[in-house]
Design a protein around this ligand. Sequence first.
Ligand code: ZN
Length: 270
Amino acid sequence: ADGDLHIAPAALPGITRIYLGHEIVGDVVEVGSEVKGYKVGDRVASQSLAGSCLGQGREPLCRYCAVGNYSLCEGARQQEPLSVGGGYAEEWVTHEGRLFPVPDDLSDEQAVLLEPAACGLRAALRRRAQVGDRVMVIGCGTIGLMTLQSIRAVQPECEITALAQFDYQADMARKLGASNIIMLGSDAYSEVARLTGGRLYRGRLGNRTVMGGFDIVYDCVGKPQTLRDALRWARASGAVVLVGVHMAPMDIDLTPLWYWEVDLLGLFAH
Ligand SMILES: [Zn+2]
């Protein structure tokens, strides 16, 4: 991913060595003497809790970890042991707090999606769709499809439109509950207006916006261009949930936040 040392998380205690692979499923092959929750042979999957009080075994838990909100942990310290190895390695040494037992009826291929599925669920819960809402999911990669699936599970009575880049993504989005698909490269502004009953306005210099767009737009790409569009595709007093991560400062038009009171929300993990 593109990175930038000026973003806020870059000020946190650094990790000098990064192991590849953060979506992990496997069998426990060895346990330390103080491990309480697992034994050799247990099948486990991991969650992105590195650095949280739970994932580090810190006591007492910070106020967020104490209520299970591990992704908002305030307890990061300068020097403490981190996991060794990652999902691309044969073996991985970590604290038991980062693991979850895998039920027998889940395959490895399903269980390894625990982490991205949790991100999608977090997105759906960040702003819940209400009965009759029209919502949009921008991007149909893994995170976009997980978000779509979660929105459908959390609110069966909403209408979901997905913006996809490839045909196979569009097919999967339909299977997971999208009623409408907008393909990347089509006239998305016109499509948004048509699908929401909103009005498309064209200003000078190619400047366009939609009035009366979606109740919620989940931007699962998160680049300056998609976030700019998402803010113009949400209705007045609607919301944009920023799900995709862009690891650099952005230069975008935020006027929809005050001119139309569009809420901009974000999340990182569950
Ligand atoms: Zn914590």
